[in-house]
Design a protein around this ligand. Sequence first.
Ligand SMILES: [Zn+2]
Length: 467
Amino acid sequence: MAIWTWSGTGNGPRQSIQSGFSTSDAEVLLETVVLQSTVDEQPSETGIATPDISSAVELSETHLTILDAPGTQLPQPQIATTLSDVVRLSGSESKGSGSSFIPSALTGRSPKNRVEIGKLNGSSGPSEQAVDDALAYIARHQRNNGSWTMRFEDGPCKGDCDHSGVGLDPHEIAATGLALLCFMGRGHTMQEGEYSEQVSRGIYFLIQNLSTQSGRATWLTSVSKHEMYEHGIATLAICEALQMKGDAELLSKPCQETINHIIYAQHNDGGWGYHPKTPGDLSIVGWQFMALKSAFNAKLIVNAATIRGVDAFLRQHSKNEFMFFYTTEDDVPTACMTSIGTLMRMYRGWSKTDPAILKAIAYLAKEGPSSSDVYFNYYATQALFQYGGKPWTEWNNVMRDYLVRTQEKNGHMAGSWWYPGDRANPASIIANQTGGRLYITTMACLTLEVYYRYLPVNEAVSRDFQF
Ligand SMILES: [Zn+2]
């Protein structure tokens, strides 16, 4: 699910919130979209070395090497001495403070910190209510086996919602991963919070459906062409569960083994494609990268060569210094890919004063939030949040209130969202239709959790963003 590569031309002006959106335009445009075909070619043995999983367990020294590597210095804080103060005052930086969270970028999710940090970083009463309503909607759509589906006809509401995901594949691994990320982003864990039961059942579903071979675990139920999308999203979800003091006995092994598969599946170009060892696609790379980051912070073994490969991939997929494109086959930079690439650069320690970051932020700020492309909004919101300052405030004021305003308020679908996709980004139209209302709701919910979900990389409590 999520973003599919648009095979064609066009990088025209984006549809802005102010200018609205025409569904009929989207429907017409959809007919012109061509999906990128699945790449079946075998990768060559040259280029970036494919990590040997068997040696991964011996890489703890490499782990440290990455931490000490040049270029990973912490940028100077811009958002938040006040944010640090809140964290410090609430006591979550010290052991035995009562917080159940390890000091990390996830600290803001703690029920103890979330409200204050959220307010400081731009949440509002209505935006927090919107997250509450979204979580209630998502919880109502969990299936008896603990999973979620993007096809409502397979779900508990039996199609009472409109805009079910289109297609035969329910994308249940990705749907379950995204739903879990929404709950955990708000501080609900397997042990704590109003939705601990839903989180536990979802995590158990993912764990029980893993198949392990040669130290690598995969979800065989993920049969669609979006295999690595689903793997990256679900791996991120279970690693976050582990990171948030999840049951280590239950989660450590499956987390490491799914991470091992990510390490194994990296293509020689340093990225990940739809299937293991196929040429990389920046959109798919983003999910593997976040899963690796979370695993690293959960003290799992993450191969240094894998991360260096990601750095190389980012270099190869940027243009005009600050923009990014999906794949080398379709090297037209887009706003959406630029938001992902820029966020990844910041997570890799690029300074906010670096000209490439400054230009990217100025570009994204000028583009503004999309009225319909939830994938772009999800990443661009995080990039602007990490940057902070006036560009963030201006972005957030529009993005936050737009999401609050456009959420369903009544009836069975209350708490959810639906948008047709942005005609300036045909990939978003396909993604929205394929993922449907559940996918769009999870992305909108995660966007509204930005204030506390991952604290700014420049904060002392957020050092875990540095591989
Ligand atoms: Zn429904």
